[in-house]
Ligand binder design. Sequence first.
Ligand SMILES: *Cc1c(COP(=O)(O)O)cnc(C)c1O
Length: 392
Amino acid sequence: MDKSWNSRTQLVHGGTARSQWGEVSESIFMTQGFVYDSAEAAAQRFIECGPDEFIYARYGNPTVAMFERRIAGLEGAEDAFATASGMAAVSGALMSMLRAGDHVVAARALFGSCLYVLEEVLTRYGVEVTFVDGADLEQWRAAIRPTTRVVFFETIANPTQEVVDIRGVADLAHGVGATVVIDNVFATPVFSNAIAQGADVVVYSATKHIDGQGRALGGVILGTRDFIRKTVEPYMKHTGGSMSPFTAWIMLKGLETIDLRVRAQAASALALTDALQGHPKLAQVIYPGHSSHPQHDLVARQMGKGGTVVTLDLGGQAQAFRFLNAVKIALISNNLGDTKSIITHPATTTHQRLSDEQRATLGITPGMVRLSMGIEDTDDLIADVMQALDSV
Ligand SMILES: *Cc1c(COP(=O)(O)O)cnc(C)c1O
């Protein structure tokens, strides 16, 4: 791989390793283990395993390594470790570096399973966690203290799309020597500029835009070579959350087209948001890439574009349900970043377990609908949303 390549080139060719057959498409090395030439060679590999040498698929595999190198090249990270799911990546990034007595500051608006890891798992092992309103830098300033070891947040909150100022939080965290870990799904790997903005560790659910075609669960942790190989790898390889070679192949092929897909999805999201301005059936239209978003300047500075999700508020649950049932193209489901548009009612599905009070604190209203834009024709998508709104 050539460091001077722009990301579109990097996404097609980066990380490819060819076997003696010279195959064009990346191979799936569907093998659990590897054969050594001699007893001495086996012994030597267990003493020191080089970057293109493998021992056992839980530790590493050629197809998985290709995926790790390709995504690291896109993110501008020194290294990456691929995981079985996004949650294996989030929990692995945190558990591998935290110990009893450490303090973590996290944004309150988190994916449900991330909240579980921080609130229920880490605290069980003596880690103290303080939650803040992620968009409010003053709350981060007040919560971060000398024993703070990690700060954790989703760059764009789901589904309210409030944006965290990565550089602002990173400056505060680095002031006490804390590590900045971000879950960057909503920003997408295409628009992410997180490491340049001060993030130390970036985590993705590859299930979302990286596969982007609804096929497989996966995740990845990105960071410095030292952090990935000395902190993350030992933890992941011994606790078992490694990525399958078959999944890695799906994700590698997903990366080939991610730039095209995500840019098309973001363009549709912007066009839809434009078309919906002032619509009488909507209490709110939220898209970070649109000038109507309250943090539009921060989004422009931090990532340029606004991601692939548009959040609508229809004023009440009955109206939201009528809208979901009237939409014809978008599927009622709960993934995002897929080539197929997907529509979700967060209050009764993804955020159903929260109390009314918790949802209100996070700004998740009963009328809120999350629309993950697919790669269908933009005009078709807009026309479909319009006809569904007419029927509300
Ligand atoms: C989906 C998601 C996860 C978890 O990813 P899985 O691949 O489902 O384990 C974590 N964080 C965010 C923001 C997500 O959207």
